[in-house]
Design a protein around this ligand. Structure first.
Ligand SMILES: Cc1cc2nc3c(=O)[nH]c(=O)nc-3n(C[C@H](O)[C@H](O)[C@H](O)COP(=O)(O)O)c2cc1C
Length: 146
């Protein structure tokens, strides 16, 4: 059974909800899924022991791209996470009314790629309230890799 870690950072609960929808799909495909709040985990060794790691953060910025508060320490310490060679995917909620829609997704993908992570699908950028159908469809493309 594939072991999947989903770590989310969420201020108003949107990305947390999205993470739950993703977990539902991956569990349906038989994965052993751990769902964790970014506030409760450390960057060091984060990715070790998992077959697939999903990173989810909403975006809080305007001119500057800002990760969700609880995710900042993970982003900054991501080089300690052991992502090299690990299958990874990124998702997050945002609002297309802002200049850089879901900038946190772009920033996390870029950093993960630089650290040698294997990005198995393009990141999911969720505009507005998370909708189960859209998120489940993306999670099905991730499930191919579990
Ligand atoms: C002050 C503020 C700044 C924001 N900045 C951005 C932004 O730069 N880009 C973006 O896509 N969304 C931005 N958003 C929208 C949030 O990312 C969006 O509301 C998201 O659903 C919050 O998800 P969460 O509940 O998981 O934290 C901003 C919202 C607020 C209130």
């Amino acid at each position: 059974m594939s072991k999947v870690l989903i770590v989310y950072g969420s201020t108003t609960g949107n990305t947390e909800t999205a993470a739950g929808y993703v977990a539902d799909v991956l569990r349906k495909h038989g994965a052993d899924v751990a769902l964790k709040n970014a506030a409760d985990v450390e960057a060091e060794g984060l990715a070790r022991g998992w077959d697939l790691v999903l990173l989810g953060s909403s975006t809080w910025g305007d001119e500057d791209i800002e990760l969700q508060d609880d995710f900042v320490h993970l982003y900054e310490g991501l080089d300690q996470a052991g992502l090299d060679g690990v299958k990874t995917a990124v998702f997050g909620c945002g609002d297309s009314g802002y200049p850089h829609f879901c900038g946190a997704v772009d920033a996390l993908e870029e950093r993960a790629r630089d650290l040698g992570a294997v990005l198995v699908v393009d990141g999911l950028k969720i505009d507005g309230d998370p909708e189960r159908g859209e998120i489940a469809a993306w999670a099905e493309t991730v499930a191919v890799h579990v």
